[in-house]
Design a protein around this ligand. Structure first.
Ligand code: PLP
Length: 369
């Protein structure tokens, strides 16, 4: 019996990656948002804790609560919610730390604390240049004022920010962000707010610039073994996910035979076409240009349009049969492409390739789940 397709996620690789990313004297936050970048939040969170991650990070309060329901009891930070998020009270009750990057958020979290009958733990976010969430340096003082006014409801655990170009070694904007961050830290200190955790780095910052490490680094993509940018040295890190499928059809076709919607490709000579039962509904990017997969240890081209559930590869005169294994992406050991290769073919980043792997593809785990 063979699965149509499956994503094999090697949790021992995630643990090894995380261990090799740990920096002495710096705490580690394993970022498991978006179902651990498509790898599976709960098993990855457990692997990260085994590997010594003191913290877990997620975008949404609901993601943090799902980790709590699965039994995780360690520190977790959730950073993205609009006013009125229905999960804030539950987060305070469950000891989930919350980001606050605006005065309204301080008010919301303080109200949630009163409703929960418990002090809320917050990390104050500064916008040091990225232009997303967080207070600009000149409005950061208003957040500090709000926090001091809500002293009885809110504990400040951290001050933090996020990098725009962490994966670019020597980027001038990273130096500017570090300087803006230092300024915000001094301002908070002058107002008597000196939390134990200052954090700025993502995977890119962790790998390329020790000046971004401060007290804690937030590690996402590198933990999964996917590079945060094309230039980043990933020595010692390995992709944790392999996407495999079983060929669903194999047939000889005459010259001139077309393939898939719009017949954008036609066989130049007699050849063998094999059908891979994965499509854009599973996260295979339809817009990738000249992608390849591996069959029997050899690269073969994807031909014609990638459809919702399936795509076709031209295997030439190779001897393949229905049920044979095809590797779509993986660590590259058997000559298969990596998620980063697919990112290059699709003009995107490896993050998007692994994160968009659809829920229809079962995940199978190696290592302890
Ligand atoms: C996603 C995210 C991270 C992790 O980024 P990577 O580049 O995957 O390491 C860190 N911090 C914040 C705020 C994020 O949104």
């Amino acid at each position: 019996m063979s699965e149509r397709a499956e994503a094999i996620v090697d949790l021992t690789v995630i643990e090894a990656n995380l261990r090799s990313l740990q920096r002495p004297g710096v705490l580690t936050m394993a970022v498991v948002k978006a179902d651990a970048y498509g790898h599976g939040a709960i098993p990855v969170a457990r692997a990260a804790r085994r590997a010594g991650a003191e913290w877990l990070g997620v975008a949404l309060p609901s993601e943090a609560l799902a980790l709590r329901r699965a039994g995780d009891t360690g520190p977790i930070l959730a950073w993205l919610y609009p006013p009125g998020d229905p999960n804030l009270v539950a987060c305070v009750r469950a000891d989930v730390d919350l980001n606050v990057g605006a005065v309204w958020a301080v008010d919301e979290v303080a109200a949630a604390a009163r409703a929960a009958g418990k002090r809320a733990r917050v990390h104050l976010k500064v916008d040091t240049g990225l232009g997303r969430g967080g207070a600009l340096p000149h409005t950061f003082d208003d957040i500090l004022t709000a926090v001091l006014a809500h002293r009885s409801d809110v504990d400040v655990v951290g001050i933090w920010s996020h990098l725009a170009s962490g994966e670019v070694a020597g980027a001038v904007e990273t130096s500017e962000q570090i300087a803006a961050f230092d300024e915000a830290l001094s301002l908070a200190q002058r107002r008597g707010i000196e939390p134990p955790l200052r954090h700025l780095a993502n995977s890119g910052g962790t790998l390329t610039n020790a000046g971004t490490h401060f007290d804690l680094v937030r590690l996402g993509i590198a933990m999964y073994g996917v590079p945060p940018g094309p230039q980043v040295d990933m020595a010692g890190l390995r992709p944790a996910m392999t996407l495999r499928a079983s060929l669903a059809s194999v047939k000889r076709v005459p010259p001139g035979h077309g393939v898939s919607y719009g017949l954008t490709w036609r066989a130049a000579t007699e050849t063998t076409l094999a059908l891979v039962p994965l499509g854009y509904a599973d996260g295979i990017p339809r817009t990738a240009v000249d992608p390849q997969v591996s069959v029997g240890g050899e690269r073969v081209p994807v031909v014609g349009r990638i459809a919702m559930d399936q795509f076709v590869v031209d295997v030439g005169d190779r001897d393949v049969a229905p049920g044979d294994e095809v590797l779509v992406w993986g660590p590259g050991d058997a000559g298969e492409p990596t998620a980063q290769d697919w990112a290059t073919w699709d003009g995107t980043i490896g993050y998007e390739i692994v994160t968009r792997l659809g829920s229809r593809v079962p995940r199978r785990y190696l290592g302890d789940v």
